[in-house]
Design a protein around this ligand. Structure first.
Ligand SMILES: Nc1ncnc2c1ncn2[C@@H]1O[C@H](COP(=O)(O)OP(=O)(O)OP(=O)(O)O)[C@@H](O)[C@H]1O
Length: 367
């Protein structure tokens, strides 16, 4: 095979092999740089796995008379974005079934940790043609033990994790194994990468508690309550929900005589937010009022407002702690019977939230 660059300089296949790292660099920068002359025999030997150039070398042995990279990338009229996909389309790569079967089989005798280690090892050895396909087919086995460990961690036998959360935690574990071996999931282009922020949320007991609702049940409650809202309640509901959805922020004061449906409105708003997998913190100034709110707490205990308040008090919240992360992830705070506390309590919470969110108090709503 002869390769020729745009300036007409010709390289023999042997040179191509010997200077492979140089060509690989060119391929990355501008793949159209190397032109392949048609009808030339291709002889390659002694190459190692080096990503896309490796697949190109396989193709140079198989595709007859290509005149451009697009020629090589086109199989049955379809142009693929990578040489690897072309190899796959031509059936030159295994379908990875053996690896999928191996992981499933290992599941009978090995723990989840062992399976994740096995998967990470397969990744590091570049054994799989399409690791993302193996991952999609085996992630449930690879996730084995992660839910149990989270339940132990939070001492909650009822704790449940969504599919995305479970996948994310599993990927995070695999990434940890790879990092210990000087590799990373980022080396595998089509493999999903764990969302580290969401992993730290999953490991935050307070956030997990606030997300641990049965979404279909809450959604049913929400549908029922929303239909029952009066016009006045619905207007308030829509105003607050649009402020949340558009991330506008806002402080809403809702006034009404006893029995006019304020608690009913709080319940509807809470169900609407929780049914979308978001967080609402329900607090009330008195213990009795807090019992009427779903997942309610007293404001003092939720935000650790000091009992002895002065005009420049702060809540005792560690900015790097779990409670601060929970507050940052919260879509709305509902504070029932807010005027029942001294204004210094508002101001302390306002100051603390500004400090934590580094913005004005945007998420406080009171009665
Ligand atoms: N839109 C509605 N549809 C059906 N029932 C409602 C509606 N709004 C309120 N209610 C019912 O009316 C009763 C009183 O409402 P709610 O407890 O929400 O009032 P409140 O304003 O919170 O009262 P208080 O200030 O005394 O706590 C409750 O039984 C509640 O379920």
């Amino acid at each position: 095979m002869i390769l020729m660059d745009e300036e007409g300089t010709q390289y023999h296949a042997r040179v191509f092999n010997q200077n492979f790292s140089r060509f690989r660099h060119l391929l990355k920068e501008d793949e159209s740089y190397i032109v392949i002359k048609p009808n030339m025999a291709v002889v390659t030997n002694g190459f190692s796995y080096t990503g896309e150039p490796y697949f190109l070398r396989i193709l140079l042995n198989k595709v007859k008379g290509p005149t451009s990279f697009d020629d090589i990338r086109t199989v049955n009229g379809q142009t693929h974005s990578s040489f690897r996909d072309v190899c796959y389309a031509l059936g030159l790569l295994d379908d990875d079934k053996e690896y999928i079967d191996a992981i499933k089989e290992a599941n009978h005798s090995g723990s989840g940790f062992y399976l994740r280690f096995l998967f990470a090892t397969l990744l590091m050895c570049n054994s799989m043609s399409k690791p993302e396909v193996v991952w999609e087919n085996t992630w449930e086995y690879l996730a084995d033990g992660i839910l149990y460990r989270q339940r132990q961690r939070f001492k909650s036998a009822e704790l449940s994790l969504g599919v995305d959360e479970l996948k994310n935690l599993t990927l995070f574990e695999i990434q940890q194994i790879l990092l210990r071996n000087n590799s990373t999931l980022k080396n595998f282009k089509n493999m999903p990468y764990p969302d580290v922020e969401s992993v730290s949320s999953s490991n935050n007991r307070l956030i997990t508690e606030e997300l641990d609702y049965d979404v279909p049940v809450i959604k049913n409650d929400y549908d029922r309550m929303f239909l029952a809202l009066t016009n006045e309640q619905r207007n308030i509901f829509l105003n607050i929900m649009s402020a949340i959805q558009e991330n506008k922020g806002g402080v809403f004061f809702v006034y009404g005589y006893g029995g006019t449906g304020k608690t009913f409105l709080w319940k509807t708003i809470s169900a609407a937010i929780r049914s979308e997998g978001n967080i609402v913190l329900n607090v009330a100034s008195s213990g009795i009022a807090s019992l009427l709110l779903p997942g309610g707490r007293t404001t003092h205990s939720r935000f650790i407002i000091p009992f002895e308040l002065i005009e420049d008090s702060f809540c005792n919240i560690n900015p790097d702690g779990e409670l601060a992360s929970l507050i940052r992830k919260t879509s709305l705070i509902i504070w029932d019977e807010a005027p029942m506390v001294h204004k210094h309590a508002f101001e302390a919470l306002d100051r603390t939230l500004k400090d934590l969110l580094r913005s004005s108090l945007r998420k406080l709503k009171g009665l």
